[in-house]
Ligand binder design. Structure first.
Ligand code: HEM
Length: 409
């Protein structure tokens, strides 16, 4: 390969895996564009970078959320995702308890009702945009519950989250998009400020009220800290799970036999979710900044170099995932990196697994076949997350008289 691969090029965004395979074959650490960043292509090195926080700082992620053209603070870029130990640990401890298993168990029954209604709605229409009809509303409803947000604003949440993950990929000439991103940040701040004011005067049983009461070392969180939490949770909780559910639908369309297997035996659904996360990860990569000159797998990286840890490439590393371009339900292998590794390991991993399991249990109990009804998919233009912007599908119910999988309670 003579020229450097551009990870924001249409060619890459549409079909990243062959490019990542080529990079992996070139070596564990390869230079790409934009900006001459270094891609870490293999599982072992990816894991090493993610746990070595003193060498590889999460400040690297700021290029995606606080791009040079943005002449104001993006509260998202101030959140714990972008902090290194020890500051990171203090803030993480505060939000962790909201994701404890006991808190999540309470969500399952309500979640199932929403998923069942959504499936029924899709079956009535038969031809739907899967993102809009199913993949987005489920996590948006859950985030609404968690943060105590107004469910009628779901459409805004999804636009906000998607703007926040794509703003790092804006081309210098695209001033129209930049103006939109400024408006989004202002709208989000106005909305969240309103939520904070309301909860201050009338606390509820939700995460926002919890955060307002929370203290770090005897000191309450400041308004900018609270604001950055809300920005981060909305982005982290929405776009990622929307993409996971959409990718599950694509796998069903590519492998109709898998959908039938899951209908026969819904206990296979968690395995299916894990293999989807490996095969088509919702979070393709994360970014780190070298805090000093460092040698990684024999490649010398200068202080300040930007390192893109490709979770998508690590998930097809031939050393651990033979025949990695195939979706294999029974696949074994080392712990995956889809939810990260080390101190920043995803706080929402258990929640999104729960959402995906319940959503798919409901989906497969009613749908026998799912076909994608488009030749061309537009993908999120981001270095970090990947998913279809829309996914037109046609859904087929079980034929009359044919035995159907028992509905789950
Ligand atoms: C398929 C779904 C999801 C995937 C693939 C995913 C993936 C990730 C990854 C890879 C990281 C680590 C990033 C890094 O090291 O730079 C992360 C962090 C995080 N995720 Fe998720 N995530 C998902 C869903 C969620 C959900 C539903 C929530 C919350 C509602 C959430 C909240 C978080 C938070 C708060 C962090 C930051 C943790 C920290 O910095 O300590 N995620 N996620």
């Amino acid at each position: 390969m003579g020229t450097r691969l551009d990870l924001l090029s249409r060619e890459y965004l549409e079909s990243p895996h062959p490019h990542l395979t080529a990079l992996r074959h070139r070596g564990p650490v390869v230079q790409v564009d934009p900006g001459g960043m270094w891609v870490v292509t293999r599982h072992d090195e990816a894991q090493h970078v993610l746990k070595s926080t003193s060498l590889f700082s999460s400040q690297g992620l700021r290029v995606s959320a606080q791009p040079a053209w943005l002449q104001r603070v993006n509260p998202f870029a101030e959140s714990l995702l972008f902090l290194d130990p020890p500051q990171h640990g203090r803030l993480r401890a505060l939000v962790s308890r909201a994701f404890a298993p006991a808190a999540l168990a309470q969500l399952e029954a309500r979640l199932r009702v929403v998923a069942r209604e959504r499936v029924a709605g899709m079956m009535n229409q038969r031809n739907v945009d899967f993102v809009d009809a199913f993949a987005m509303p489920i996590p948006a409803t859950v985030m609404g519950w968690l943060l105590g947000l107004d469910a009628s604003l779901q459409q805004h949440f999804s636009r906000w989250a998607s703007d926040l993950v794509t703003m790092g990929g804006v081309r210098p000439e695209d001033t129209g998009s930049m103006a939109r991103y400024y408006r989004t940040l202002e709208e989000m701040e106005r909305y969240f400020q309103g939520v904070l004011d309301e909860r201050r005067s009338a606390p509820r049983d939700d995460m926002v009220s919890d955060l307002l009461r929370a203290q770090v070392g005897g000191v309450a969180l400041t308004t900018p800290e609270l604001m950055s939490f809300l920005f981060m949770l909305l982005v982290a909780g929405l776009e990622t799970t929307v993409n996971l559910l959409s990718q599950c639908a694509r796998v069903f369309a590519q492998h109709p036999e898998l959908l039938l297997r899951l209908r026969e035996d819904p206990t296979l659904i968690p395995r299916f979710v894990e293999e989807t996360l490996r095969y088509e990860p919702s979070v393709m990569a994360t970014l780190r900044l070298c805090t000093q000159d460092v040698t990684l797998a024999g490649v010398e990286l200068p202080q300040g170099a930007l390192v893109l840890v490709s979770l998508a490439s690590a998930a097809r590393d031939e050393k651990y995932f033979p025949d990695g371009d195939r979706f294999i339900l029974e696949r074994e292998g080392p712990p995956r990196l889809a939810f990260g590794h080390g101190p920043h390991f995803c706080l929402g991993a258990m929640l999104s697994r729960l959402e995906a399991r319940v959503a798919l249990e409901e989906l497969v109990s009613s749908v026998e076949r799912l076909e994608v009804r488009t030749e061309h998919i537009d993908w999120t233009a981001s270095l970090i997350v990947r998913g279809p912007v829309t996914l037109p599908v046609e859904l087929f119910a079980s034929a009359p008289g044919q035995p159907r999988t028992a509905r789950l309670a």
